[in-house]
Design a protein around this ligand. Structure first.
Ligand code: FDA
Length: 311
């Protein structure tokens, strides 16, 4: 119930304005977001790399409403990739970027997909120059086919472009089979949007079971699985499946969100596992933060307490 309410709230412009302008919101947000500026993103990325972790950087923003805005997001990515490269943290893909196609124009009426593809191409080009990779985030189920279509186009020129698949979607086992081939990079997550029963498992246990089925396919395949979860059981299962499939360290990776289970992130990195942290930055943090709160009531308590106590 709370989850659905928060996911609905994530779409409300009025609430967005209220929360974003509350005097202490930014202080509270700091736990999950690197900061507003590119400089903040580079600093946090360098710190994480220094601690033995890897990074995928997300310029916050979604549901872009004009081509100018989409272009600005593209430019922000190109700029931050150049800055990361100059800071020496992009080599061997240590810091890569995650891109929401809706932020670069996918949902614009008419030629939105073409706009998003063109902008994503420019970001991939900049990533290639920096010696790193790009992963396309996955949004709600109405965008899945379009996102996978754009992925296929991009992979013709840059085979390392990664995809995200969500285990709560009933279709995802099939998508895993399609994307388990050589060179394919797939981030498997549970899924963060409020999806209808017709396309998604609504029961958390079913979502977990689906996650394991999907992970089995990816770990047995020829690609590079990216295990995106904070769930201790799924982390253990991923480790066991890697052993069962004779996968050496470095042929798959774990991923967690910035500010969530940092000790566990360090523990996995300390064991020699590849551990990548998803780091969002920018001032459009509202939708991202609402989804994090929907996942875990403790995050909501933390946020509300910060607002109420102004500290
Ligand atoms: P879940 O939230 O069910 O938590 C399972 C268990 O993990 C908990 O019971 C607890 O033990 C532990 N746990 C979770 N949060 C904790 C905390 N704060 N502190 C301590 N323990 C905690 N979604 C999407 O739809 N599209 C996308 O592109 C992405 N991208 C993405 C990238 C990365 C790197 C990650 C980690 C996640 C995403 N997601 C995503 C979000 C994802 O779909 C999902 O909503 C969240 O990861 C939460 O799911 P978990 O698997 O962590 O389990």
């Amino acid at each position: 119930m709370l989850r659905q309410t928060l996911l609905q709230a994530a779409k409300s412009d009025r609430l967005r304005h209220l929360v974003e302008t509350a005097p202490v919101s930014r202080g509270v947000v700091k736990r999950f977001v690197a900061g507003d500026r590119e400089e903040d993103a580079v600093l946090v990325s360098a710190e994480l790399v220094g601690s033995g972790r890897r990074v995928t950087l997300d310029h916050l923003g979604e549901d872009t409403t004009g081509t100018g805005q989409a272009r600005a997001v593209r430019e922000a990515y190109v700029k931050v990739l150049a800055m990361l490269s100059a800071a020496g943290v992009t080599e061997s893909g240590k810091v890569e970027v995650s891109v929401k196609l809706s932020a670069v124009g996918q949902a614009l009426p008419g030629d939105g997909e073409a706009v998003a593809l063109e902008n994503a191409r420019a970001i991939c080009e900049a990533a290639a120059q920096a010696g790193t990779t790009v992963t396309l985030d996955m949004e709600d189920h109405t965008a899945t086919d379009s996102t996978l279509g754009i992925l296929a186009e991009l992979r013709k020129d840059w085979p390392w472009v990664g995809a995200v698949l969500q285990s709560y979607l009933r279709r995802t086992e099939g998508d895993c089979k399609d994307l388990a081939g050589q060179g394919s990079r797939v981030r498997l997550c549970k899924g963060a949007y409020d999806e209808p029963e017709s396309v998604a498992y609504r029961d958390t246990h079913e979502v977990d079971l689906s996650y394991v089925r999907c992970l089995k396919i990816l770990m047995a395949g020829q690609g590079y699985p990216m295990v995106a979860s904070h769930d201790p059981r799924l982390v253990d299962i991923a480790g066991a499946l890697a052993v069962e499939n004779h996968r050496p360290l470095g042929s798959y990776e774990f991923q967690m969100l910035y500010g969530i289970r940092p000790q566990e992130q360090k523990r996995l990195a300390g064991l020699g596992e590849t551990m990548r942290v998803y780091v969002p930055y920018g001032n459009q943090w509202y939708g991202y933060l609402m989804r994090r709160m929907a996942e875990r009531p403790a995050n909501t308590v933390f946020f509300v307490r910060g607002l109420v106590t102004r500290g």
